[in-house]
Every structure is written in structure tokens, then in C-alpha cells.
Design a protein around this ligand. Structure first.
Ligand SMILES: NC(=O)c1ccc[n+]([C@@H]2O[C@H](COP(=O)([O-])OP(=O)(O)OC[C@H]3O[C@@H](n4cnc5c(N)ncnc54)[C@H](OP(=O)(O)O)[C@@H]3O)[C@@H](O)[C@H]2O)c1
Length: 352
């Protein structure tokens, strides 16, 4: 069987490296081109040493990319939007991991990203690449947007109760999101300098994180309206390289019993290949924990109910580079192509 030819634009970055790792073991796809402006001509494994002996690909310049089947754009914010006409001329299908095409609402884009959208005519053509939310639309998509990693953890924690209509929206919904350092990408900065970053518990965005927009969009998609400013999200950087843990506090319309929440979670996720409900009464890993998800596409979700049954704490753990980026991108590709959704994504993570 001829494999689908993929090109990774922005291949020295963390999401680009993760895509190269995944697609190197994919049964139906392969990476045939990978770009870098700074490391042009060097072997990909010189930047991604875990792939030494796995791939002999060398970086080429972005302007030398030849026509191919699928382009994965792994570029900093704004670059895909500015160059989308160019990239669309090189492939029938594009998966853009940046935030450029995630938001349907151009006013929301302007509000959260502080500028007019650079390619407004393209926004409608992109499908939001979270299979648990957009699977049907992904089946016929040509252009897919990536997902925000903090938004994904928050969305997958909230989705069962949003779908079941259990949340009291007149009261605050608060998402506390703890994140690892690889969210910041491969480029170093004063904030990522080891003596500054190591051991930090740094309130990165106590209010107003941009991924709030993707959570509000999810709620609008499920509930059929465009409520705004209903989610309060705080993002805190902690001592972790990969991983996101979202802890979302909601009030319920009616006092509930645990079995009501179990039903909501089971109804939502019983057919999902990459979501596990984690809620044990004993052991160390009673609740979702990002540590054991490193390198895997699993999203582990769970919940706890207050004694009076009025308040639920919803949890979701993911690997930001996987379910929060490259893993969801490959899962979306699998859906677009009509392949088994699990193809190339079976790695279960590590323990300890
Ligand atoms: N890190 C995460 O956890 C995560 C999760 C979800 C989504 N995302 C999104 O995914 C995208 C990539 O993130 P990342 O963490 O992989 O970033 P990164 O590590 O900083 O990598 C960016 C890549 O883009 C290349 N690049 C930069 N400017 C370019 C330009 N103008 N033209 C062509 N290539 C350019 C860089 O290589 P050269 O400079 O050598 O060309 C590098 O390979 C971002 O938009 C990010 O928001 C990231």
C-alpha cells in the first residue's frame, strides 16, 4: 500500500518532533519532508535525538517544500494565517497546530488575539480538530485546526456535564489548569532558563488565558448558543516537562448523586478510543494524573462531588504535546482518511 505523504512545517519544534515520532510508526502515513530555517541540511535526529536510527530525514527550507498529500503546520502563532494561500497550493489537506484557525467567531479572535484575523475567508473551511467534539465534521474535512492544550484538558473535563445539561450557568465555572514547560515550545527565553523555571509554581495567566475562547466555543457548539465570559480560567506553570491537569469547578442545577455524574461521563465517553474515566477509591492513581500519560494520546477524566451534591469538581489530565497537539492532529488525520482512529497512536505512556 502506498503511504500518505506528509510534510511537517516547523520540524525542529516540540510539536513537529512529536509528529515525526508518531508518523514514523504510522501504518498508512509517512513523513517525506520536514522543514527548518535554522537547521536546514541537518538530520532531524540531530534535533530530536529520540529518533536516532528511526528516521534519516534531513531538514529542508520551508520555501523548498514540494507538493504533497498532507501538510502539518507547526508554526508560531500568526504564521499559518499569514501564509495559508501558499500552503494550500502545496497540499489538498492541511492540519494547522497553531491557534490561527481554531475560533469560528472572528470577533472572538480579535478579542482574544488582539488583531483582525489575517485570513478571515479561510476560517469557515477549518474544522476544530478535537475528535470528541467534531468527529462527524472531521470525516469530510480538508482543513483542520489544532487544539489548544489547556483548552483540551478543560473541554474534556467539562464536556460530559455540558452535554447532560447538569451545569448551573448562572454561577461561576472556574478552571484551574496546571501545565508543564514544553507548552512554551523549543525556543528558550528568560522565563524558561533552568534556574528560573525549575521548581517554579508560577502563576502564568491567573485570568484571561486565550484558551478560554476555545472552551466558550465548545460550550456554544454543544448548547447551540454563543455565551461569552462564562468560564474563568487560571493557568499555572509547575514542575513538569509534559502534561496538563485541568481542575474545573462547577455548580449543578439540582443536587446530584454520584451515579448521575457516572452516567454523564459514561454516556459521553463510552465509545471514545482515547478517553478513560479514572475514579478509583484506592491506590495512588485514584484520579487523572498527567505523569503516566507522557507520550500517550490518552485523556484521563474524572470527577468528585461535594457532600451536598451541588458542586462538582471535574478533572482531566493529558500530555500537552499529544492529546493537546500532535496526538489529536494524527487522530484527526485518521478520521479524515477513514482509517482506524487508533492508527499510530497506541503507545500507552510510561510508568513509573
Ligand atoms: N507546545 C505545545 O504544548 C503546543 C500545544 C498545542 C499547540 N501548540 C501550537 O503549535 C505551534 C507549534 O508549537 P511548538 O511548541 O512546536 O513551537 P516551537 O517548538 O517553538 O517550534 C516552532 C517551529 O516553527 C519554525 N518556525 C518559526 N517561525 C517560522 C516561520 N516564520 N516560517 C517557517 N518556520 C518557522 C521553527 O523552526 P526554524 O526557526 O528552524 O524554522 C520551529 O521548528 C504553535 O502555534 C503552538 O501554539 C503548541
Amino acid at each position: 500500500m502506498t503511504r500518505l505523504r506528509c510534510a511537517i512545517i516547523g520540524g525542529t519544534g516540540y510539536t513537529g518532533g512529536e509528529l515525526l515520532r508518531l508518523l514514523s510508526f504510522h501504518p498508512y502515513a509517512e513523513v517525506t519532508q520536514i522543514t527548518s530555517r535554522s537547521r536546514m541540511g541537518e538530520y532531524a535526529h540531530s534535533v530530536h535525538p529520540n529518533l536516532r536510527g528511526v528516521t534519516g530525514l534531513q531538514f529542508i527550507r520551508p520555501e523548498d517544500v514540494q507538493k504533497t498529500d498532507v501538510l502539518f503546520l507547526c508554526l508560531p502563532h500568526g504564521e499559518a494565517g499569514a501564509q495559508i494561500e501558499h500552503w494550500a497550493g502545496l497540499a489538498d489537506r492541511i492540519i494547522d497546530l497553531s491557534a490561527d484557525f481554531r475560533l469560528r467567531d472572528l470577533a472572538a479572535y480579535k478579542r482574544w488575539y488582539g488583531q483582525d484575523h489575517p485570513a478571515p475567508g479561510w476560517v469557515e473551511q477549518f474544522v476544530y480538530g478535537l475528535p470528541e467534539l467534531s468527529r462527524e465534521d472531521l470525516k469530510s474535512a480538508r482543513y483542520v485546526s489544532g487544539v489548544g492544550c489547556n483548552a483540551t484538558a478543560t473541554n474534556l473535563a467539562l464536556l460530559p456535564l455540558v452535554k447532560a445539561g447538569l451545569i448551573d450557568w448562572s454561577l461561576p465555572v472556574v478552571a484551574d489548569v496546571k501545565v508543564g514547560s514544553s507548552e512554551g515550545g523549543a525556543e528558550s527565553s528568560p522565563a524558561s532558563h533552568h534556574p528560573e523555571r525549575s521548581g517554579a509554581v508560577r502563576s502564568y495567566a491567573p485570568a484571561g488565558h486565550r484558551h478560554t475562547a476555545e472552551v466558550e466555543q465548545m460550550i456554544g457548539m454543544v448548547m447551540g448558543n454563543t455565551q461569552s465570559s462564562i468560564i474563568h480560567m487560571s493557568v499555572t506553570s509547575i514542575e513538569m516537562v509534559r502534561g496538563v491537569l485541568a481542575t474545573v469547578h462547577v455548580f449543578l442545577k439540582e443536587p446530584a448523586q454520584e451515579k448521575t455524574l457516572w452516567k454523564a461521563f459514561r454516556d459521553c465517553y463510552k465509545n471514545e478510543p482515547f478517553v478513560r474515566i479514572v475514579k478509583s477509591s484506592s491506590g495512588i492513581f485514584r484520579a487523572p494524573e498527567p505523569k503516566i500519560l507522557a507520550g500517550s494520546n490518552w485523556a484521563d477524566v474524572g470527577f468528585a462531588l461535594s457532600e451536598d451534591g451541588r458542586k462538582a469538581t471535574l478533572l482531566c489530565a493529558i500530555d500537552n504535546l499529544m492529546k493537546g497537539a500532535a496526538g489529536s492532529a494524527v487522530q484527526s488525520l485518521n478520521i479524515m482518511m477513514g482509517w482506524d482512529e487508533r492508527a499510530g497512536l497506541e503507545f500507552p505512556g510510561l510508568h513509573p
